[in-house]
Design a protein around this ligand. Structure first.
Ligand code: GLN
Length: 496
């Protein structure tokens, strides 16, 4: 294989996508299968197998999700400083495989231990593969956003398949939970092998930042990182199993990261620093975006459980929760490439909106979607059940919002940060998701009726009132972004 490609040669690719993007696409697709497979099983497994009550399961779910995304910051940091993106990804993959098989060996006994491996493993894996996608493009290449769009559809193919298959295996009498967790592990092996066999095509991308140091010193740092990541597991286990520790963790990690970032930024030139400030603006807004968007795993899934009819387009019978879990992925798969190519086409015509405006549009779509979730109440019958069609329409609109923000955000991190901070900034981007997940849980809990005997209609009113509020906040955020866009663009300088 093209072992000795230079960065120049990679950047000079012809056509719309570099071929390496397809390899990273496949690797990430399998990783997301494993990740979303586990994610899809978490609450069901906790409630039905570990006999945890629903409220506690929701909190624990939020805690695990928040930890997973928070560790991407740490994974990004170690990749930048010590391991490089490739080794980091490899180590993360190994830990994720180990995590899945540990749970498969004894699901009820080893659930939390295995989950800790997945938390740390995803931290080493997830930000760094996205960063490598960014490295495939030269600064200013207008094809970069389309590349992230394609990559994003790979994410969602994996998410859809894993989310559907694993929980099905777990609940199926002929298979069961060991099969379900084992399947996630097997698929992760496929993902890692895909990477191992194709990484030669990446030329110098993702190699160790310490490659010029003596081999002994480099190895020493690497081994310390590997051992360190195993040694922290008991601590993570403790924090995940008691959700109040998650609160402390979330209160601490954000400020600490910002202090660290301020230190790194003090070493940059003025122009570089301005770009980093712009990146932070995007990161802060993304917290709000995910806090609303991630209602899908929480309040919207309860809304689907209680308040939706089970007929789609008048004829198709669908479990509303399946629609809630998969509609978004399916819409992303269909539309992410289309929207990516739309940006390329608009760039050619010189009418492409800049990234700040795209983010703003993302919030406007988000607002429209939440107003549609709110509007479901006008289609409800006296039994408190409302239209699955309208609900699905809201998912279509929210997906457009996601596509204006999430792949663009990944792309932006690699445009705005100086290269030596790419891993950290990608980690920060996902850390925002961690806060989003965390806040999403709090918002969802705030929307639920406190009355245990509430009728379905009362539940409907309570949730949809909440969605109307979220719609309004998203609208305000979108308008603010569009209004401040000239200022943010100034900070971004030549970056679009
Ligand atoms: N769905 C995307 C992924 O899994 C984005 C997740 C996020 O950043 N919250 O990569």
């Amino acid at each position: 294989m093209s072992q000795h490609l230079t960065l120049e040669e990679i950047h000079d690719f012809k056509g719309k996508y570099p071929k390496q993007l397809w390899y990273l696409f496949l690797t990430e697709m399998w990783e997301r299968f494993c990740f979303y497979g586990l994610r899809g099983m978490l609450t069901v497994f906790m409630v039905t197998q570990l006999m945890i009550d629903e409220k506690a399961a929701n909190l624990q779910y939020g805690a695990i999700q928040a930890f997973i995304y928070a560790f991407t910051f740490i994974g990004g940091l170690f990749a930048d400083k010590i391991l490089g993106f490739r080794k980091s990804l490899f180590w993360g993959g190994i830990l994720m495989i180990a995590g899945s098989f540990i749970i498969a060996a004894n699901p009820t006994g080893f659930f939390y231990i295995g989950t800790c491996f997945t938390i740390v493993g995803t931290g080493f894996f997830k930000p760094n593969i996205s960063t490598m996608v960014g490295e495939l493009y030269r600064a200013g290449d207008p094809r970069r956003d389309a590349g992230f769009g394609l990559f994003y559809s790979g994410i969602n193919i994996g998410a859809m398949l894993g989310g559907a298959l694993c929980v099905w295996l777990g609940q199926n009498e002929n298979f069961g939970w060991s099969w379900a967790f084992g399947a996630a592990g097997v698929v992760m092996i496929i993902g890692l092998l895909t990477f191992v066999f194709t990484q030669g095509s990446l030329g110098p991308i993702g190699l160790s930042p310490l490659k010029d140091k003596p081999a002994g010193t480099r190895k020493g740092y690497e081994i310390a990182t590997f051992i360190g990541s195993l040694v922290v597991m008991p601590l993570i286990l403790l924090m995940v199993s008691k959700t109040e520790y998650t609160d402390y963790f979330m209160y601490t990690i954000g400020p600490v990261t910002l202090i660290y970032l301020a230190y790194e930024m003090s070493k940059l030139t003025g122009a570089e620093r301005k770009k980093m400030v712009a990146a932070l603006v995007f990161i802060v807004f993304s917290i709000f975006f995910w806090a609303f968007f991630e209602q899908s795993g929480g309040s919207l899934s309860l809304f689907a459980l209680y308040n939706l009819n089970d007929t789609l387009l008048g004829t198709i019978h669908m479990n509303p929760n399946s629609v809630n879990n998969s509609a978004n992925s399916i819409f992303v798969i269909i539309f992410s490439i289309v929207i990516g190519l739309l940006w390329v086409w608009m760039a050619k015509k010189k009418i492409e909106p800049n990234s700040v405006v795209k983010f703003g549009l993302g919030f406007l779509f988000l607002a429209a979607a939440f107003y549609i979730f709110f509007a479901t109440r006008f289609f409800a019958g006296p039994d408190g059940k409302t239209s699955l069609d309208i609900f699905t329409l809201a998912y279509l609109i929210i997906t457009f919002g996601e596509l204006c923000l999430s792949p663009i955000g990944l792309s932006l991190m690699t445009k705005l940060a100086p290269k030596k901070l790419w891993g950290v900034m990608m980690g920060m981007w996902f850390l925002a998701s961690a806060y989003g997940q965390y806040v999403a849980g709090l918002l969802g809990a705030g929307m639920a009726t406190t009355n245990e005997n509430a009728t379905l209609t009362e539940k409907l009113i309570s949730y949809t009132d909440g969605y109307k509020q979220l719609g309004l906040y998203a609208l305000i955020a979108g308008i603010v972004l569009i209004v401040i866009s000239p200022m943010v663009r100034k900070l971004m300088q030549e970056v679009k």
